[in-house]
Design a protein around this ligand. Structure first.
Ligand code: FES
Ligand code: FES
Length: 154
């Protein structure tokens, strides 16, 4: 099987895989990263979202061959417990987490938006988050947390 090399959270990795295997499988099965999550596997929930060169992507749909030589960032690459990314801190402060299954996708999406568009309007935030699902129904507090992170990053 061909070897695909790319960076995950700043570290170079090499995966032996079929080129059309989803990136999500490489992250979870080969690299044993427990985030992102497998939700629908169909690009319809966003639980698997990671950043690819700073852009949020659904890793359940993206073939691993498409990330060769690129930078993948998961929530582990956003911040640490000692020094969280503003969006991680805001999700805690707004007490967003319920089961937590969806949160990686929302934070990777929100962080990418605020880094590319620090003055994003409420409409732009909602548009960026379109398609992300939270089965625990925390959508309102998630949007509040993204706004809080935006203030922190200003
Ligand atoms: S698991 Fe990828 S979008 Fe649902
Ligand atoms: S917090 Fe449970 S799915 Fe979102």
């Amino acid at each position: 099987m061909p070897t695909v090399q790319f960076d995950v959270d700043g570290k170079r990795v090499a995966i032996d895989a079929s080129p059309d295997m989803p990136l999500l499988y490489a992250l979870r099965d080969d690299l044993k990263l427990d985030n992102p999550k497998f939700g629908c596997g169909l690009g319809q929930c966003g639980a698997c979202t990671v950043q690819l060169d700073g852009v949020p992507v659904r890793s359940c749909l993206l073939p691993v061959s498409a990330v060769a030589g690129k930078q993948v960032k998961t929530i582990r690459g956003l911040g640490t417990p000692e020094k969280p990314h503003p969006i991680q801190a805001a999700f805690v402060e707004e007490q967003v987490p319920q089961c937590g299954y969806c949160l990686s996708g929302w934070m990777m999406t929100g962080a990418a938006l605020l880094e590319s568009n620090p003055k994003a309007s409420d409409t732009q935030i909602r548009e960026a988050c379109a398609g992300l699902k939270c089965r625990c129904g925390t959508h309102v507090s998630i949007l509040r947390a993204i706004k809080r992170a935006q203030t922190k990053m200003a």
